[in-house]
Every structure is written in structure tokens, then in C-alpha cells.
Ligand binder design. Structure first.
Ligand SMILES: O=C(O)CCC(=O)C(=O)O
Ligand SMILES: [Fe+2]
Length: 200
């Protein structure tokens, strides 16, 4: 693999498919991490949990062409940042699918995280294809099937993970806290929201 790191690999799961490509953006990753860290309008959003409001344990930004209902809130999109628009074009060519929105998350260090969930919001349509680019600190990505099966991947700097097929019906995923991680991580999940039901 040399300088380019890991090659792409399809992982077949019961009720879903993952494309895992650790070295997908090895060449661009340093520049992307630095520029996105500086230029994205990162915000602290609030989370409703058991009737209480809490800060989400990360910063985030929803970008693209469509409003998105997420954790009980509707978020108006930020306009495409030129670099994110370029990443979108690359991923569309690679996945042979359109993307019209992206959720960007900034995990400031190992104390930031994302809890168990599926990306199964109705706006995403029945079997969404989600392309996830990771930059910065390597973090564990956990998957669990409704029937008990578990998987774990390390999402390293410059890696691409595509979740496809019926994944979001049968599996949940999470990004747990990781003690000892002091560096930031940026993750971008490119999504396609079909026009029906889209709020402009
Ligand atoms: O940060 C990650 O790798 C996961 C992000 C995620 O699951 C999401 O944005 O829905
Ligand atoms: Fe997710």
C-alpha cells in the first residue's frame, strides 16, 4: 500500500454494507483538516434528552441545499463551503450517487463523542447511502446490530467509510469517548435528501 495506506474494502454485514477505505484521502487530509478547522462556522448545538436540554458533546454544522430535521430540531443549512463542495464532487464521482447535504462534526478531543443512533430520519429516504470522511485524531467507530452482533473500525486521518444498503434499519453506530485523545477530529457525513418532504 506504501504511502497511500489501506486500500478500499467492502465489508458485507447482515442487512447492510460498508465500504471502508482507510487511505482514501491520505494525500489531502492534512490540508483539509487545517482549512476546515479554521473556516467552518462551528456551533455548539443543544440536545434534548429525557426532557432536559444539554450541550451536544461536539461542535457541528449542517451544510448544503436542504433543511434537515435532526434530534428534534430543524436546522437551516449553511451554504456550501468551496472545499466541502469540492469534497462533495469527489465523493459523488467515487460513489456514483448525488449528495446534497453534509453534517460536519468537530470532536475537540477524546471527551467529545456521539451516542448510539441510526441515520434513519425520514428525510433521508428508505436506504440512504452515507459517505463519511474522517480527518484528524483516529477514533473508534462502533456498530451494533439489532440482533446483538457488533463491529468496530478505527476511523483514521484521511479515511472514508460508506454506509450503504439497509444498514440504517438494522444497525446503530456510535463514536465513543476515548481517553488519552488530545487532538481534534473532524468528520463529514455526506447525505442525499430526496426532494419529497424537503423543507426549503
Ligand atoms: O463522527 C463519526 O464518525 C460519526 C458521525 C455520525 O454518525 C453522524 O454524523 O451521523
Ligand atoms: Fe450517524
Amino acid at each position: 500500500m506504501g504511502l497511500w495506506g489501506g486500500a478500499p474494502e467492502w465489508i458485507e454485514l447482515s442487512g447492510g454494507r460498508l465500504l471502508w477505505w482507510p487511505g482514501a484521502f491520505a494525500a489531502e487530509a492534512d490540508a483539509w483538516l487545517a482549512q476546515l478547522g479554521r473556516e467552518i462556522p462551528w456551533r455548539q448545538h443543544r440536545l434534548r434528552l429525557f426532557g432536559r436540554e444539554l450541550d451536544e458533546p461536539r461542535l457541528s454544522c449542517w451544510m448544503g441545499e436542504a433543511a434537515y430535521r435532526y434530534s428534534g430540531r430543524t436546522r437551516a443549512p449553511e451554504p456550501w463551503h468551496p472545499l466541502v463542495a469540492e469534497m462533495r464532487r469527489r465523493l459523488e464521482a467515487l460513489c456514483e450517487r448525488p449528495f446534497n447535504g453534509v453534517l460536519l462534526n468537530l470532536y475537540r478531543d477524546g471527551r467529545d463523542s456521539m451516542g448510539w443512533h441510526a441515520d434513519d430520519e425520514p428525510e433521508l429516504g428508505p436506504d440512504p447511502l452515507i459517505a463519511s470522511v474522517s480527518l484528524g485524531a483516529g477514533r473508534r467507530f462502533l456498530l451494533r446490530h439489532g440482533g446483538g452482533e457488533r463491529r468496530e473500525l478505527m476511523l483514521d486521518h484521511g479515511s472514508l467509510l460508506v454506509m450503504a444498503g439497509e444498514m440504517q434499519h438494522h444497525w446503530q453506530h456510535a463514536l465513543p469517548r476515548m481517553a488519552g485523545v488530545t487532538e481534534a477530529r473532524i468528520n463529514l457525513t455526506f447525505r442525499y435528501l430526496p426532494p419529497q418532504g424537503r423543507e426549503e
